[in-house]
Design a protein around this ligand. Structure first.
Ligand code: SF4
Length: 224
């Protein structure tokens, strides 16, 4: 169990899955550059959190819910948590029966390749389970393009992967060492491209390694 001041933002998970260096630059070195995509995403989240409370038959909806897990050391805010009337779950005030939490995350674009989004949503589910002491087996994304809802099952594999990513981030922050850059296609959509300069810093790292190796070899020759 971690303490309050050891909690890291849930958003760090998707940064780390996208690129460990991006995670280090944002959460260790406090760099943040907003580009068009991150600005649109932020505005969408603000709109979701400002929306009125809404209840439908068999569903209670809470927006902008603060969440945390001391076990994984995570803290954040869920866009939307729906509570579905079910056979198991938790009791709610002013409503009969049991209600199962179901997190819903809003995304401005289309589904991403890889597990960035799923890990973030799974972390929300793990936080809700710890806080409410109940199971959260499923959740959903609402994607802007095309506008549709996609359901996600929080499988054992996804949970294990999410927990491992959380552990890796805590390690990265404890060691206070931002990973070096490795240029790849995803760099072109990275909001930190201008600060990271992956082509330059990647080459510099190779030169540093080359010089360090040459220096070691020259010491070896002197000894002989
Ligand atoms: S530019 Fe590339 S290497 Fe640098 S933080 Fe972004 S994704 Fe990572």
């Amino acid at each position: 169990m971690l303490t309050e001041d050891q909690l890291i933002p849930i958003s760090a998970l998707q940064h780390y899955v996208f690129c460990p260096r991006q995670c280090g630059l944002i959460h260790l070195e406090q760099f943040w550059s907003e580009n068009r995509f991150t600005a649109e995403g932020r505005q969408l989240h603000e709109r979701v959190h400002e929306a009125d409370k809404e209840n439908r038959p068999g569903v209670r909806i809470v927006r902008g819910l603060p969440i945390r897990s001391y076990r994984l050391g995570l803290v954040g805010q869920a866009d939307v948590v729906e509570f579905h009337l079910a056979d198991q779950g938790i009791p709610l005030s002013e409503a009969d029966g049991l209600w199962q939490p179901f997190p819903v995350e809003y995304k401005r674009g289309k589904p991403k390749l890889g597990k960035c989004d799923q890990v973030q949503l799974c972390a929300q589910a793990i936080c809700l389970e710890e806080m409410l002491n109940t199971d959260v087996p499923n959740g959903a994304f609402f994607y802007g393009k095309p506008r549709r809802r996609t359901e996600v099952e929080f499988t054992k594999d996804l949970r294990n992967y999410t927990e491992e990513i959380a552990r890796q981030i805590h390690l990265l922050l404890d060691q206070k060492r931002t990973p070096t850059a490795a240029y790849s296609k995803k760099c072109n959509s990275c909001s930190l491209y201008e600060r990271c300069l992956p082509k330059t810093t990647g080459i510099k790292k190779k030169i540093d390694l080359y010089l360090a190796k040459a220096f070691e070899e020259s010491l070896g020759e002197d000894d002989s």
